[in-house]
Design a protein around this ligand. Structure first.
Ligand SMILES: NC(=O)c1ccc[n+]([C@@H]2O[C@H](COP(=O)([O-])OP(=O)(O)OC[C@H]3O[C@@H](n4cnc5c(N)ncnc54)[C@H](O)[C@@H]3O)[C@@H](O)[C@H]2O)c1
Length: 315
């Protein structure tokens, strides 16, 4: 893909030390932007993810809380914002709704104000499939009735509604991406809030027992992180003034199937134990990716097994 539109531009990535963020940052730096700002308070991100990037003369790392207006005060020129910083976990959003509200909603308004002040070309931001909640119709289209079932999902829905309102009121161009289950290298396995793939893989490699919440028949769309980066960059490049898109692989897999694929790849011999389903966990989540393919030219490049092999080789 050609993302040379970023050459010589001023770009901000929030959450750039995180899992998706550090892959995005690496892709952006290859396009030779004039300036790349990274804002991250390292609450779940790791400075080590971007150590090689931080040393570059065109990169400025701002270790700040995105919910504080002062975090962006020093930025005086900007073309594109990629906003990924958030409280990312559903269970944590139940435990800490106020922190979730502050980070995810105030943080987002901070980005809208920045976009307005510096007249940015495009604000691309991470929404989530959590805006859908439990749905009956699969695969899920963007036109489905939204039904978030956690403070996290609600915060992402509010981001989308603010983005829509600010496009109408202030002409701020934005694209929101409803990521499904993203996986790939650099996803932390040491937190109960991490993606199921990184947790399964970590435990299988260590020979530790594995718990599955619920009966394992929950279905998910697992999308490889480089495909998510592709979607974000296509969004920034697009001429669209407003958009909301699903980002998935278009394939669905149950947790039991995932367990089997990973078990074969890692030669793990144990059986999983099944635990009570977690609050806020949804049963079915399958992405219809027709709209993003048609409107942004997105084409997922990694099937689940290919992504898992890449992940295993890098782990
Ligand atoms: N990983 C997924 O499967 C998935 C699915 C749907 C949506 N998303 C969204 O994608 C985005 C990136 O998620 P990720 O998986 O890379 O998670 P992550 O936890 O690795 O990244 C989030 C980053 O934001 C930073 N951050 C958190 N609070 C902050 C604050 N107040 N100020 C500054 N920085 C802060 C963290 O330190 C971290 O580096 C999030 O908005 C998340 O909600 C992710």
């Amino acid at each position: 893909m050609n993302y040379s539109f970023l050459k010589g531009k001023h770009v901000l990535v929030t959450g750039g030390a995180g899992f998706i963020g550090h892959h995005l940052v690496k892709n952006i730096i290859n396009e030779k932007p004039a300036k790349l700002y990274i804002i991250d308070n390292l609450s779940t991100g790791l400075k080590g993810n971007i150590e090689d990037i931080i040393g570059l003369p065109e990169v400025e790392f701002i270790n700040e809380d995105i919910a504080k207006p002062s975090s962006v005060e020093s930025i005086q020129e900007l073309d594109y914002i990629f906003h990924l910083a958030a409280v990312v976990s559903v269970p944590k959003s139940f435990e800490m709704p106020f922190l979730t509200h502050r980070t995810n909603e105030s943080g987002f308004i901070n980005m809208l104000e920045l976009a307005r002040r510096l007249k940015v070309k495009k604000l691309c931001y991470a929404s989530s499939s959590a805006v859908y909640g439990e749905q009956t119709q699969m695969p899920i289209k963007e036109t489905a009735t939204l039904n978030p079932q956690s403070p996290y999902g609600l915060s992402k829905l509010l981001n989308e509604q603010y983005a829509k309102a600010f496009q109408e009121w202030e002409y701020i161009e934005s694209i929101g991406f409803r990521f499904f289950n993203v996986f790939g290298p650099g996803q932390r396995a040491d937190s109960p809030y991490s993606g199921v793939i990184s947790i399964f893989m970590d435990r299988m490699q260590k020979g530790d027992p594995i718990q599955i919440f619920g009966d394992g028949e929950q279905i998910r769309d697992f999308v490889y992180v480089e495909d998510v980066v592709q979607a974000l960059l296509l969004g920034a490049k697009s001429e669209k003034k407003f958009g909301l898109f699903n980002v998935g692989s278009g394939q669905t897999t149950s947790l039991n199937e995932l367990f089997e694929v990973l078990r074969n790849l890692t030669h793990y011999s144990q059986e999983p134990t099944y635990q009570e389903a977690r609050k806020g966990d949804i049963k079915k989540s399958s992405a219809d990716i027709g709209l993003i393919k048609e409107e942004l030219g997105y084409e997922p490049r990694f099937k689940l097994k290919e992504g898992l092999v890449k992940l295993l080789n890098k782990a």
